[in-house]
Ligand binder design. Structure first.
Ligand SMILES: [Zn+2]
Length: 385
């Protein structure tokens, strides 16, 4: 009976110190609560943020991707291993799902993360996850992505679905997806500025101004599509498409252009006439420089969305969106699905699908910026300091 008694003595004071760990950078720290489980202490990965850039993406039922500083760890609830950089790494305990949230064993944070993420170190004595500043971030600031949630305030955007009680307001879905997109971009080491983070109306021209003032490298506007009532079966229309700014080429592109530009009627101080500066700006060289870049970004967004979205993939299109006109940087407008279609409306309203959509768009932005960096560094070989 002596040994259990001693163990009990050790565990009682120990239990208090095991209840949390600390995440620390050079000038900040935060406590992270551990979640007790029969298999040992667990951590909700998101609770390691914001000091640690981390994002959790559900890939399939029970399957998750945990991205830390751009390094992806694939895990499955109930399976005591993780796959990272093509290697299977055993874990001390299996990750679990509780209330639709992923919990990972503390050992994954203390041993596996520091093994694969080169600026992390675990201090076992003080139970701290120490984050070092990367050399790259001290020589050059990371790229900035401007995330634009379409509509807001009195401008609901589209509502749907057709022939059913309204369950979807575009402005709510775009805000929710935009916030998740921001989290995903940050987890990939990018900086983020939002045009809005609340249910407010922002003039289309101000969205571009916000992007320019922030010095954005990319502009991504998130929207939900609506079928034309002229279609043979409007309620059946579904799928995702990405636009870049240019003159609308097809009747369908003109429909979406007209629909999204209608937001301007909510702007009480809008002095713009119907044809305003759009055609002038479309021919302006400064924006044209970005056309090729924007179309490449749009292609990547479609490519990545196609890996997870039930679709169909409606492809890359071009149209004259006011919201894109004033952003002097590569800019795209993503229609993530049709809120007029009942099953797609339900899909878009689901938080887990929103995370998956955000993750796919973030992958596209990160891939675009990697290509861009290569072009820039290949151009003259100089460091942009
Ligand atoms: Zn819209």
């Amino acid at each position: 009976m002596l040994i259990p008694f001693l163990l009990a003595l050790q565990l009682t004071p120990g239990a208090a110190t095991v209840a949390s760990i600390t995440v620390r950078t050079a000038n900040a720290s935060q406590r992270v609560a551990l979640v007790p489980d029969a298999a040992g202490p667990m951590v909700r990965p998101e609770s390691l943020g914001p000091l640690l850039p981390v994002a959790v993406t559900p890939d399939a039922p029970g399957h998750y991707r945990v991205v830390v500083f751009g390094v992806a760890f694939a895990v499955e609830a109930g399976v005591a291993s993780t796959t990272v950089a093509g290697q299977v790494q055993p874990l001390a305990a299996a990750p679990i799902e509780r209330d639709h949230q992923l919990l990972i064993p503390l050992q994954m944070v203390s041993e596996v993360f520091p093994t694969y993420v080169n600026n992390l170190r675990w201090d076992a004595v003080s139970r701290q996850l120490v984050i070092f500043t990367r050399v790259a971030t001290t020589t050059r600031q990371s790229r900035l992505v401007v995330v634009d949630a379409g509509h807001g305030g009195v401008d609901n955007g589209m509502t749907g679905p057709l022939s059913a009680p309204i369950s979807i307001y575009e402005k709510d879905v775009t805000l929710s997806v935009a916030k998740k997109l921001g989290v995903q971009l940050k987890s990939r080491g990018l900086r983020v500025v939002y045009t809005r983070t609340t249910d407010t109306l922002i003039a289309l021209s101000d969205r571009g101004r916000i992007a320019n003032q922030a010095g954005g490298d990319l502009f991504i506007s998130v929207h939900v599509n609506a079928a034309s009532l002229d279609w043979k079966d409007p309620a059946a229309g579904r799928g995702f498409e990405t636009y870049f700014l240019a003159e609308a080429k097809t009747e369908d592109a003109r429909r979406v252009e007209e629909m999204e530009n209608q937001s301007v009627r909510f702007e009480t101080d809008a002095k713009v006439s119907k044809d305003d500066a759009l055609s002038y700006i479309l021919s302006d060289m400064k924006q044209n420089e970005h056309l090729r870049e924007s179309s490449e970004l749009a292609e990547l967004v479609q490519k990545h969305l196609a890996t997870m979205h039930p679709g169909p993939n409606r492809g890359v299109k071009q149209a004259g969106f006011r919201v894109l006109v004033t952003a002097f940087m590569p800019a795209v407008l993503v229609e993530i699905g049709f809120g007029t279609n009942a099953s797609e409306a339900a899909y878009l309203n689901d938080a887990r699908h929103q995370v998956a959509i955000a993750s796919a768009i973030a992958d596209a932005a990160a891939e675009y910026l990697r290509r861009y960096e290569r072009r820039v560094s290949g151009g003259d070989g100089r460091d942009e300091r």
